[in-house]
Design a protein. Structure first.
Ligand code: DC
Length: 233
């Protein structure tokens, strides 16, 4: 079968990456997490002191140095997953830190940072055979992606998932705090000036509030069979 681009967008804590990785595996496609690129630029900015103690990024300094940031992905032979590298250094753990999570949002709002990331993503999608997840993949990065999926779930369910993740990592938080954060992120993502999070008109809606990963995968396989006549194992 001709290789396609599968674009997965949606609200935070909807399990986009788990679902996207599962799809990439059954399709034998490459998985790319677009958020990792925004996180890598944010880490670079933090390391160079371009984000103030109050969390305000120095957009000019970041934009002026985008040309110095070389992003690569290297497959970890043990997990089979890509690890993110900046200028030859493995930063996979560091880009997932709380510090980067707390600062990535304003950095991802800088229009030239978005252009820089979009260029990188498009370059990697040229050969197709890719599953990419993010907030604007089906609307801005690959508006012509052959398959677009928009994931959502009720905010309370997403907050509950996030709370469990945090607790598993030994972090303290209350349900009310996490729910407020989920709602806040929904608002920021959907109201940003450049490429806000919206469902592309031609995206299929996947509300996974009461679905297991297995059920989501069955849903996907059914679509592949109905739309493309492809039977996946
Ligand atoms: O999915 P994530 O939490 O790793 O994303 C990190 C940040 O990057 C988050 O603030 C949303 C932003 N992002 C974006 O604006 N567009 C994308 N395509 C992917 C992520």
């Amino acid at each position: 079968m001709k290789k396609i681009i599968i674009a997965i967008d949606g609200h935070s804590s909807t399990g986009k990456s788990t679902f996207a990785k599962a799809i990439a595996k059954v399709m034998d496609y490459t998985y790319l997490d677009s958020g990792a690129l925004y996180r890598a630029v944010t880490l670079y900015a933090l390391d160079h002191g371009w984000i103030s103690p109050e969390g305000k990024p120095n957009a000019q300094a970041i934009v002026d140095h985008l040309k110095d940031i070389r992003l690569t992905f290297v497959k970890d032979p043990q997990t089979g997953q890509n690890r993110t590298y900046v200028n030859g250094k493995d930063v996979e753990e560091r880009i997932r830190s709380m510090e980067v999570s707390a600062h990535v949002s304003p950095v991802s709002e800088i229009p030239l940072v978005r252009d820089f990331v979009d260029f990188q993503l498009r370059k990697r999608g040229e050969k197709k055979g890719i599953v990419m997840d993010g907030r604007d993949i089906g609307t801005a990065v690959f508006p012509r992606a052959e398959l677009k999926i928009f994931m959502t779930a009720p905010a309370e369910i997403r907050a509950d998932r996030r709370l469990r993740e945090l607790k598993a990592k030994g972090m303290e938080a209350t349900f009310a705090q996490v729910l407020a954060n989920v709602r806040q992120r929904d608002y920021v993502d959907s109201h940003r000036e450049t490429h806000p999070l919206v469902k592309a008109p031609d995206a299929l809606l996947l509300d996974n509030g009461s679905m297991s990963v297995e059920e989501q995968l069955d849903w996907f396989k059914k679509i592949m069979e109905e739309k493309w006549g492809i039977r996946l194992k």
